[in-house]
Design a protein around this ligand. Structure first.
Ligand code: GRF
Length: 219
């Protein structure tokens, strides 16, 4: 099977991008065709440049209108022709037509056990809600934010002494294992989206996302 051609969309630090780069260096059969950022100063760009991945920057300053932004992004994506677009801390909401065009080929990682805590500040909200468990989810992107079909989740306990920052650290550690795992399943062409539902080797993941038991925070 040929390596899976992916594009990674980022806005910030890029620790998930780094985990994907590391996994590729350890044998994950992906070809990272490009990294696209909406911020010129994103640290993730340095991580990509370090290993020679082509980088592109499309900012809200040069494309203030959402439709113009999406058009520029779409033109670039059509040139690159990825099999899968991997959002890894990309902080823009994509318009419905772009999302629809790439439906089934556009995924995101979110720092909560979806459908709990969609949106921002998920660690703070999990603590404020008194949750005993927290985690991260990889899901297909749909027009509604953080609401697309869930592919995989990893979770951890919230301890009595947990702080927002200790929880964030745990979740990042889970994310860095979960995203490469999910990509490995895409490489095997095991994951598909059919009528807005995720499937793993033909079996619906609705209510039972992939949940590799071996994934644990290291702290
Ligand atoms: C991650 O927590 C991810 O779940 C969220 O944004 C954060 C990105 O972190 N969507 P990084 O840039 O990969 O370090």
């Amino acid at each position: 099977m040929p390596p899976l051609a992916i594009v990674v969309l980022i806005s910030g630090n890029g620790s998930n991008l780094q985990a994907i780069i590391d996994a590729k260096q350890q044998g994950l059969a992906i070809d990272i065709k490009a990294v696209i950022s909406d911020r010129a100063d994103a640290h993730a760009l340095l991580r990509a440049q370090e290993v020679g991945i082509p980088c592109h920057i499309i900012t809200a300053q040069t494309h203030p209108a959402r439709t113009d932004y999406d058009l520029a992004l779409q033109q670039l994506l059509l040139q690159i022709q990825p099999e899968l677009i991997v959002m890894a801390g990309f902080m823009r909401i994509l318009g419905a037509s772009l999302v629809e065009y790439w439906q089934g080929r556009l995924i995101n990682i979110h720092p909560s056990l979806l459908p709990r805590h969609r949106g921002l500040n998920t660690h703070r909200r999990a603590l404020a809600a008194g949750d005993r468990q927290h985690g991260c989810s990889v899901h297909f992107v749909s027009a509604e934010v953080d609401a697309g079909a869930i592919i995989a989740q990893a979770s951890c306990d919230i301890s009595d002494h947990e702080t927002e920052s200790s929880l964030q650290q745990k979740i990042h550690q889970l994310e860095h294992q979960l995203y490469p795992y999910v990509l490995s399943q895409f490489c095997l062409r095991h994951i598909t989206l059919v009528r807005e539902q995720a499937y793993f080797r033909g079996k619906s993941l609705f209510r039972r996302p992939l949940s590799p038991v071996s994934l644990q925070p290291q702290t």
